[in-house]
Design a protein around this ligand. Structure first.
Ligand code: AMO
Length: 439
């Protein structure tokens, strides 16, 4: 291995070192977490991806050269240590390593910009400025192990349900949905934007006959929000399915979330324990609250809300006080939903749009879509948008567009729920917000 003085290979991760290896020689690799020099004996905690192992050097028993090397250690330096496993009642895993040879692979500068042992707690901004160091903490890396399992389950779920994974452009010519602000960019001699949602593309794909598609990708929103729930770049889990309506895709979303909860509870127990977070798996379908009833609930909590208004933050909180866990909010007013949302046939002021909520947090939006060309043009104009700007989208509706429905889930917000964190910045490796563009 390049960088190693000798051709060593790691034989064990810290979590795999146990008393079965007593008297055996092993090689571990990792970071110096802690050094305690008591004179006659030196304890070093070496940390790797999964945990820590104690390296114990009785100064009279080990080689002088090793003692010298250990005394030169600096916290967070990278080392490879060869040694013999020994049982120890006091060591963290009941075992320790008596070193026989050490290689210092990379010395860390001092002082560190933040303390990964968390003896000194750092503010979120300091942590994000040195995210690589922050991620060395198990409670931080646990969030991303859970997020990774979530994404894996979601992919498996779609594949198991005969969805095709697609990739749509993130450089787009015009507004996709209207409503939220877009990031303009220069595309050669033209103006273009970063995609705010794959919405129009996943709908066009319904006219391709591919039937069921999904995409997991970044979306960009130039909203100036500075909240614990908004970022300017997030990952969206999007799906669209033909010959389905809102009821069908609500079921799919319900089942997918259920599977995510089950898999995380089963496969991420260690990460959950580190985060001191428990996952509850609801036994039945998530409750459905109609928008009309939500307005009543919000008002009954002393927060004023008129029919036709979007939920305010106070409204979301009032609802979240009443509803525990996941629930769907359905039958939203057409007025406050995008042009592509199918109005209710009997009462067009209402629509077939829904949200998935977790307490006071919106996790997903979806709807039955308008698939009729004339109605779609009418709805685009009604929203004050110019149908000419949607020509390439509308074209797909002129030559055989099936009825369809779909939804988009905010992957980072879902991770907040799964990990019990209340700031979306915790669930994104390198968050992009109003003030942050690096690292
Ligand atoms: P919407 O705009 O509601 O719907 O977005 C879907 C979900 O994406 C997440 N999300 C965000 N999370 C954090 N910060 C943001 N700035 C942000 N913006 C969105 C939320 C939200 O519920 N085209 C529709 C989806 C569809 O109908 O299929 C759409 O984009 O969790």
């Amino acid at each position: 291995m390049q960088g190693l003085l000798k051709e060593w290979r790691r034989t064990h991760y810290s979590k795999n070192v146990n008393s079965d290896l007593k008297e055996k020689e092993i090689i571990i690799m990792g970071w110096i977490h802690e050094i305690r020099d008591l004179g006659g004996i030196i304890f070093v905690l070496v940390r790797d991806r999964d945990g820590m192992i104690q390296v114990t050097a009785p100064t009279k028993e080990v080689d002088d050269e090793i003692v010298k090397q250990i005394r030169n250690f600096r916290k967070e330096s990278v080392v490879a240590i060869k040694g013999t496993v020994q049982e120890s009642g006091k060591a963290p895993n009941g075992v320790e390593i008596i070193p026989s040879e050490i290689q210092i692979l990379n010395l860390a500068n001092q002082p560190l910009p933040m303390d990964p042992t968390e003896k000194v707690k750092a503010e979120i901004d300091t942590r994000l400025d040195s995210r690589f160091l922050d991620l060395r903490k198990q409670n931080v890396s646990s969030i991303f192990k859970i997020k990774s399992q979530m994404l894996r389950t979601v992919r498996d779920f779609f594949y198991n349900n005969e969805f095709v994974e697609i990739n749509t452009p993130k450089l787009v010519a015009s507004a996709t949905e209207g409503g939220t602000e877009l990031f303009p960019i220069t595309y050669f001699e033209r103006e273009a934007f970063l995609g705010q949602s794959p919405q129009l593309y996943k709908q066009i794909m319904m006219s391709s006959g591919m039937d069921r598609v999904f995409e997991i990708a970044q979306i960009f929103r130039a909203e100036e929000h500075d909240t614990l729930r908004h970022l300017n770049e997030v990952v969206s889990i999007d799906m669209e399915a033909s010959f389905m309506d809102d009821i069908d895709v609500i079921k799919i979303l319900n089942n997918m979330i259920q599977q995510v909860l089950i898999d995380i509870k089963t496969n991420c127990s260690e990460a959950l324990e580190i985060l001191e977070h428990e996952i509850e798996i609801p036994e039945c379908n998530f409750p459905i609250v109609r928008y009309d009833d939500a307005v009543d609930i919000v008002n009954s909590k002393g927060v004023e809300m008129e029919w036709g208004e979007d939920l305010s933050r106070a409204g979301e909180k009032a609802l979240g006080d009443t509803m525990d866990g996941f629930y769907f909010l359905t039958e939203w007013p057409s007025e406050i939903k995008p042009f592509y949302v199918m109005p209710n046939k009997e009462d067009p002021t209402k629509s077939h749009a829904f949200d998935l909520m977790y307490k006071d947090l919106e996790i997903s939006s979806g709807a039955t879509r308008v698939h009729q060309y004339d109605l779609l043009v009418e709805k685009i104009a009604e929203k004050g948008l110019n149908p000419d700007a949607f020509k390439s989208y509308l074209k797909a509706f002129e030559y055989g567009m099936p009825p369809h429905a779909g939804w988009g889930v905010g992957a980072d917000r879902l991770t907040m729920v799964l990990t019990g964190t209340n700031n979306i910045r915790e669930t994104v490796l390198f968050p992009r917000d109003r003030r942050r563009l690096t690292p």
